[in-house]
Design a protein around this ligand. Structure first.
Ligand SMILES: *Cc1c(COP(=O)(O)O)cnc(C)c1O
Length: 495
């Protein structure tokens, strides 16, 4: 291939770009978007078998050939994220404005680490961050940065929390000198249902997972403020040093939203960094009907919000917001080639100092294009619709003789079990639901998640798709019934 046809900027390169993008988008529509079922049912073994040819052949092939082959062997066996019966995880159907923005941002390849690599993008990311701070009610000194998602946002929030605490409490410059001698006593509190990335961050921060103290939840699976008080008293008595309280706005299984205002009070009273993991539920902020569920979030020291979940943007896209932007200073560093101190003084915005990444995507363009295209009401209607659908789906499950609803949904996740016989004991139900879920993957008509609730294997719909209807939910329940019958028949043959 001629180098001129590989890069934008020459006439033949620009033509090659148009052709390649057109062919790629046709392939997406033909092999993926037009497909009936959310999954082909291909097993890991079958998929492994079809990629046995060399990844780096001696001589190259035409790009069209490779695109078409990817369509046939990869797209055709990808999970249909835009299919209404794809309802397993917090993996959203990406909206078209976001896909268009993705095309703009990848082709221009701006890198947000320094102004000279991303002039307009640097300024626009800050505009988008300011709008987000306003959306969450953070006051004027707030600031933020785009991240790869909730994992990175939670990690960075706890990094800043740790370093602020060590500076104030132990007069320790963690950035330069590492953890203080008293690091063994540092603790992070969160609910028992908090995302695993709180523990992961504690590990990465050199504190170890055991530094995370989980607090019991109430009947609605929300962190219980009384239990938190008792936990903090106990830590106090034991000479431990809690420095951060992580609240969850939208837990992974149940969508539960911790009582944010009560937890903000607790964090204030004990001088804890208050972090709200709103990776899932942050999108409620645009909804007039459900926004009140986030009351208290404006008092957070930091907020993690994901756009690749309920904001329907292509992966990856998240943000970390700080109520007091000066807290970024706990991790700021000056690299001579990216953000020399002289630049900071001259007001050149170099965002590298706010991020754990160096080279960084212009992901902020996706929510920017999406928000401008849909407006706040348009965004809200998507979220509201999926919450309504989850309520209807829960009612449908509850009314069915062969299903049991585990709990009323708080957002748009519905946890339930297939229990064809009321007399079936929990161990049998666990085995049956696990087997049904495996059979569903082979079947392909519905993509459903599996989780464990109080030791019993359960199934979960995460109903993110605003185009899904109750008929789609009914079709998924039927697919589960059919798979249940297949599993039962296999058992009889085996017995
Ligand atoms: C998804 C999620 C995360 C992890 O975020 P990624 O975007 O996958 O990195 C963390 N916390 C919660 C509550 C989440 O829903």
């Amino acid at each position: 291939m001629n180098a001129d046809d590989l890069f934008l900027g020459t006439e033949s390169g620009n033509d090659a770009y148009r052709e390649a993008i057109a062919r790629a988008s046709e392939a997406v529509v033909a092999a993926f978007a037009e497909r009936e079922d959310p999954y082909s049912g291909a097993s890991p073994e079958r998929l492994a078998g079809q990629f046995s040819d060399p990844v780096v052949p001696a001589a190259g092939e035409p790009l069209e050939t490779v695109i078409d082959d990817v369509a046939e062997r990869v797209l055709a066996h990808s999970v249909g994220t835009s299919n209404p019966r794809c309802a397993a995880h917090l993996q959203c159907p990406p909206m078209i404005p976001g896909l268009a923005a993705e095309t703009l941002l990848t082709a221009t390849n701006q890198s947000l680490d320094s102004f000279d690599q991303a002039p307009a993008a640097t300024v626009l990311e800050q505009r988008v961050v300011a709008a987000l701070c306003e959306l969450f009610g953070l006051s004027s000194g707030a600031d933020g940065v785009f991240t790869s998602g909730g994992t990175q946002s939670n990690f960075q929030a706890l990094l800043l929390a740790r370093d602020r605490h060590c500076a104030r409490r132990f007069d320790r410059d963690t950035q330069a000198d590492g953890l203080p001698a008293a690091a063994d006593s540092l603790r992070i509190c969160c609910s028992a249902d908090a995302h695993f990335t709180a523990k992961q961050a504690a590990h990465h921060l050199g504190l170890g997972e055991d530094a995370v103290v989980t607090v019991p939840t109430d009947d609605d699976r929300r962190l219980d403020p009384d239990a938190l008080d008792a936990t903090l008293d106990r830590l106090d008595r034991d000479g431990a040093e809690p420095f951060a309280l992580v609240a969850t706005a939208g837990t992974t299984d149940f969508g539960a939203i911790d009582p944010l205002a009560d937890l903000a009070d607790a964090a204030d009273a004990r001088d804890l960094w208050f972090h709200v993991d709103a990776a899932y539920g942050g999108a409620l902020a645009v909804s007039d009907d459900h926004g009140h569920l986030l009351d208290g979030i404006e008092r957070a020291d930091s907020i993690a919000v994901d756009f690749h979940k309920l904001f329907y943007q292509p992966i990856s896209c998240g943000a970390l917001l700080l109520r007091d932007g000066r807290d970024f200073e706990w991790m700021a560093r000056n690299a001579a080639y990216l953000n020399p101190e002289a630049h900071d003084e001259a007001g050149v915005p170099n965002l590298v100092a706010k991020s754990v990444q160096t080279t960084r995507r212009f992901d902020a363009l996706k929510p920017y294009v999406a928000c401008r295209t849909l407006g706040r009401a348009g965004l809200a209607s998507l979220v509201d619709r999926t919450i309504d659908l989850a309520d209807d789906a829960a009612a449908l499950v509850d009314a069915a003789d062969d299903f049991e609803l585990v709990r009323e949904p708080a957002l748009n996740a519905v946890v339930f079990r297939y229990r064809p016989d009321d007399a079936m004991d929990d161990r049998t139900v666990s085995r049956l639901n696990a087997a049904v879920r495996s059979e569903l993957l082979r079947d392909g008509r519905a993509v459903v998640a599996r989780t464990e609730v109080e030791g019993v294997t359960s199934l979960k719909f995460t109903l993110l798709n605003p185009t899904a209807t109750i008929d789609d939910v009914a079709a998924m329940l039927d697919a589960i019934r059919d798979c249940g019958a297949t599993v039962a028949a296999d058992r009889e043959v085996a017995a």
